[in-house]
Design a binder for this molecule. Structure first.
Ligand SMILES: [Mg+2]
Length: 362
């Protein structure tokens, strides 16, 4: 079998209300679908959070992919990566990620296996946390508590909330409110999205330690490995990071700086499944846990396939009005807050092109 083409479709739709974290406001949801075509009719689908210009990057990368046997995914990754003189982290790596994810979906379809089994099939199910707790206009402590309680009604046994977007006192009060809303037995994570200087992160960590925080995510700037390490050394709360990191080399640097106890690679960003595997192995060699960032439909396979998987990040309808319609299959939590990877070949989610069509932008 040979790869014959790579195509891109881009979609974007508004959220009913913008959501804000410690650094950014998000108005729209964007979905980029990269499809890898073959001479035998099978297609692999990769998803990513793209940006204008992805089509040009895909055109430039095509010669390294077209004509290849999709099973040779390491060879293809190497051919995409090595000739690159620019964009070793960032934009181009995100495009490589989407292509690589599509190729793994294709390999699953060729072999009639779900991706988690191709990776080693370590776990049949995994713990899940619902990510949310954003800042929104008109959302006070009562509304935050309501959101957290409604997460529990969905079956959640772990929840995450944003910090770093208000004064420290307000955020400490928000964390206290969330802990009281979910009770003592549900895991609570906080995520600052790079908002703090290390001394600020240490200060708030000290103030929220009493609320039994499962992890403190991205306390400092993504490139501030030393700042992260100082926070790690100063608090009993485990520090997690990695959603803005690229390739095995970025995770090697995080590990060498002792910048985190929990690594959060995002296969859509850091280099795809092929590179994610290498980060999982790096984590295993250092006894670190892996909890992938975002894209639950891809990462359910990755976090269960590997032996270092800790817990899956899960987004619900509150952050995406097309949560239940953009793919043909929607992952829903089990009553005990866990999820099993789909047994369908590949990643097992098909884009719902009919529903997406009216949001198409390219
Ligand atoms: Mg995060």
């Amino acid at each position: 079998m040979k790869i014959t083409d790579i195509t891109l479709e881009s979609y974007e739709w508004p959220r009913p209300k913008p959501i804000r974290n410690g650094m950014f406001v998000y108005y729209n949801v964007r979905l980029d679908i990269v499809t890898v075509h073959t001479d035998e009719g099978l297609k692999g689908v990769g998803v990513g959070s793209g940006a204008p210009g992805w089509d040009a990057v895909i055109e430039s990368l095509k010669p390294g992919v077209v004509g290849q046997d999709p099973i040779n995914v390491e060879r293809i990754w190497h051919q995409l990566w090595v000739p690159k003189l620019t964009g070793r982290r960032g934009y181009e790596t995100r495009v490589i990620s989407a292509i690589d994810i599509a190729i793994w979906d294709l390999i699953g379809k060729i072999t009639n296996q779900p991706v988690y089994k191709l990776l080693g099939g370590f776990a049949d199910r995994i713990d899940v946390y619902i990510a949310g707790g954003y800042y929104e206009e008109g959302k006070g402590l009562a509304e935050l508590a309501e959101e957290m309680e409604s997460n529990l009604e969905l079956g959640a046994r772990a929840v995450k909330m944003k910090i770093g977007g208000e004064s420290m006192s307000v955020d400490v009060e928000r964390v206290k409110t969330a802990r009281e809303a979910i009770g003592p037995d549900v895991k609570l994570m906080v995520d600052a999205n790079n908002a703090y200087r290390h001394h600020e992160a240490i200060a708030i960590a000290k103030r929220i330690e009493e609320y039994d925080i499962f992890w403190f995510e991205e306390p400092c700037g993504a490139d501030d490995y030393d700042g992260h390490a100082r926070v790690v050394a100063a608090t009993s709360i485990p520090i997690s990071t990695g959603e803005n990191e690229y390739t095995r080399y970025g995770f090697r640097d995080l590990i060498q700086h002792r910048a985190a106890s929990i690594l959060q690679p995002d296969a859509n960003i850091m280099g795809g499944v092929t590179e994610f595997r290498k980060v999982a192995d790096l984590a295993a060699a250092h006894d670190l846990a892996v909890s992938p960032h975002g894209s639950q439909d891809v990462h359910i396979h990755l976090v269960t396939g590997i032996p270092t998987g800790l817990i899956l990040e899960y987004y619900r309808d509150t952050v995406d009005p097309m949560w239940d319609t953009k793919f043909k299959e929607t992952l829903r939590l089990d009553s005990d807050g866990m999820l099993a990877p789909p047994e369908r070949p590949g990643f097992g989610f098909g884009p719902n092109y009919e529903a997406l069509e009216r949001h198409r932008i390219a």
